[in-house]
Design a protein around this ligand. Structure first.
Ligand code: ZN
Length: 144
């Protein structure tokens, strides 16, 4: 399934040291009432929590990295879940030797510095997340 969008607002900003990375992006998007869009960010974190979805077990396993890391790349999207803006983001984080860790961004990732861009997309029939029985994930549905 797919949708056609036109461009809406573009927002650039910076998060504060100590912010929770995912919660802050979530708060900004819901505050701006963004129904769908994409987001990207770069910066650094003081610790991270990233998830891996176990397809057989149908649940997330989380990795907690208690170390300082660069946000080499954060990309994600925004869509409606239960009527409010929901951020789904993945991150690649780099250490001092250039090695990378990556996964599904989870709460518990603390900002050292972060510059983000949110691009809003507009459409008449917004994407909505609903439970997909085949995967066990909240995915964009045919009906919404
Ligand atoms: Zn994910």
């Amino acid at each position: 399934m797919e949708r056609l969008f036109t461009r809406g607002r573009t927002i650039m900003g910076r998060l504060q040291k100590g912010d929770d990375l995912l919660s802050s992006l979530q708060r900004i998007c819901s505050g701006l009432e963004i129904a769908q869009g994409e987001l990207s960010a770069i910066g650094a974190v003081t610790c991270a929590r990233i998830g891996y979805y176990d397809q057989a077990e149908r649940k997330y396993a989380f990795l907690h990295l208690s170390r300082h890391l660069e946000i080499l790349s954060l990309m994600g999207n925004v869509s409606l879940k239960d009527g409010v803006a929901f951020v789904h983001a993945h991150v690649v984080l780099g250490d001092e030797s250039g090695r990378a860790f990556g996964g599904h961004l989870a709460e518990g990732t603390e900002v050292f510095a972060c510059e983000f861009t949110v691009r809003e997309f507009l459409t008449e029939t917004p994407l909505r997340r609903s439970m997909d029985e085949e995967t066990g994930l909240f995915l964009w549905g045919e009906d919404g």
